[in-house]
Design a protein around this ligand. Sequence first.
Ligand SMILES: *[C@@H]1O[C@H](CO)[C@@H](O)[C@H](O)[C@H]1NC(C)=O
Ligand SMILES: *[C@@H]1O[C@H](CO)[C@@H](O)[C@H](O)[C@H]1NC(C)=O
Ligand SMILES: *[C@@H]1O[C@H](CO)[C@@H](O)[C@H](O)[C@H]1NC(C)=O
Length: 256
Amino acid sequence: MNIKYFVILLFFELCCGDSFNLNVTEYFRMPPLFELDNYEQCMASEDGVFCVVAVDVIKEPDNDVTDIIKKYSLHKLKQFNHSSLDRGICVTRSCKEHNIDNLNMEDLNIVLSECINETIYNEYKVKTKVSRINYCHYSKRQEDVDVDIGDWIFAIIILIIVLLNIIGTLYDAQLDRTKNENTGNQYLLSFSVFQNWNNFISNEQKDPRLRSFQGLDVIRTVLILLVVMAHIIWFMSFSFVDNPRELELLCSVQQL
Ligand SMILES: *[C@@H]1O[C@H](CO)[C@@H](O)[C@H](O)[C@H]1NC(C)=O
Ligand SMILES: *[C@@H]1O[C@H](CO)[C@@H](O)[C@H](O)[C@H]1NC(C)=O
Ligand SMILES: *[C@@H]1O[C@H](CO)[C@@H](O)[C@H](O)[C@H]1NC(C)=O
């Protein structure tokens, strides 16, 4: 690409990629996006219950924290939605003051809502309610795994691939290649571990026309590295990171 266009695009990004910036003091007046209790410690106790829940901040007209949250969350592309929080909570440790014996799912929702609302309200003066219980784990209850049709299909496909690999490798091992390189069933051989390994580590092209494209291998290598890196960063924004502010700063060019 012509360097001119690159510069124009860069300036476009600098001027028009707007975001709403908060100084640190203001930022940390918002309740944290993610918080997880210690799962192992929770499961270690006899009757541990650990729930992962989504929590919504309830907007109030004259509450300046919810105002900040509302303004800050408008910039969807570069900043997280801070009115939707995630909590991994050990009900049996963090909600001790509530009645937590023999809860069914509905009671659990109420207890979690009250307990989380209380904890967040005490520190940040915003009201919240649980919008969804993603799942709960009980240390006492043996989790029943029901194997359904999808599991079977997956297992059978994996089994077929593994079998093809074993058969292809054995077939390759007993093949006599001294006379003719291209002997044997090529479909079966494409599953052979030996043949795949050799192809994987070789950079020779048999076809002379393809040799002139060898320079492209460099570009391929660099692109693959970038693809891996981009996916790592992308996945990070879907997980419960401890410092989402850093991710947000990374995305807003003005801060760099
Ligand atoms: C952050 O911004 C708020 C409001 O704009 C202001 O009152 C406060 O003094 C600022 N804090 C710092 C550390 O700059
Ligand atoms: C942020 O999340 C809340 C609660 O899930 C939702 O009501 C709101 O529309 C979202 N805001 C934006 C800007 O997407
Ligand atoms: C959250 O807690 C506050 C303060 O204790 C209370 O006033 C409010 O009614 C609670 N909200 C919910 C939805 O439980």
